[in-house]
Design a protein. Structure first.
Length: 195
């Protein structure tokens, strides 16, 4: 009897009123299941695209299991999860069907993870003890530099800047030149004729 229920259209299915529709034909990828559920529920592609905030081309690519037209796999998983929720399908079965399309990638991910654990590929994170020590040393050095500057500033608070000293010297030099030029002018002029 269960085999007959699976072959009936979704409208005649006894489980139609359940919040999670799980009795759909199993396909190689999740696209056929999504398309079948969408058509059985009477939704058209533009409506689904608008509800999921995707383009119609993206919905059609999901239903064709054509993932080359879509962004990274992490986004595709999110699209599939949201699409399954919209159609009230079991999200995990849809994601599992998607994951079965790419079994080698999961195996590569496992190999990469074991490579990290075995020390083949090591990265230093912010929680690593060496990073904590290095950060502490940099902070101490910055505090030491600040204290050195502050002590120097307090020790010589009334020193003038170099610019102020140069300006003062220029003023004094110009006063001397003015005084000397006045004496030179009076010494070199011939005496005035007497009338």
């Amino acid at each position: 009897m269960s085999a007959q229920i699976n072959k009936l259209p979704l409208e005649n299915n006894a489980h139609q009123n359940d919040p999670m529709i799980t009795e759909l034909p199993l396909a190689k990828g999740p696209g056929r299941r999504l398309k079948s559920a969408r058509e059985n529920q009477g939704h058209d592609i533009p409506l689904v695209a608008a509800q999921l905030h995707l383009t119609t081309n993206m919905i059609m690519a999901l239903e064709r299991d054509d993932y080359s037209q879509l962004p990274a796999k992490v986004f595709v998983r999110g699209y599939l999860r949201n699409y399954a929720r919209f159609l009230k399908l079991d999200e995990q079965s849809i994601l599992l069907a998607y994951q079965q399309l790419f079994p080698l990638e999961e195996e590569n991910k496992t190999l990469a993870t074991t490579g990290i654990k075995s020390g083949l590929r090591s990265e230093i994170s912010s929680s690593h003890q060496l990073m904590k020590v290095a950060t502490f040393m940099v902070v101490l050095a910055l505090i030491g530099l600040f204290i050195t500057w502050w002590v120097g500033y307090l020790q010589f608070p009334e020193t003038h800047s170099t610019l102020e000293i140069i300006e003062q010297q220029q003023i004094e030099l110009s006063k001397e030149q003015t005084k000397n030029s006045a004496t030179i002018v009076t010494d070199t002029l011939p005496p005035l004729p007497k009338d």
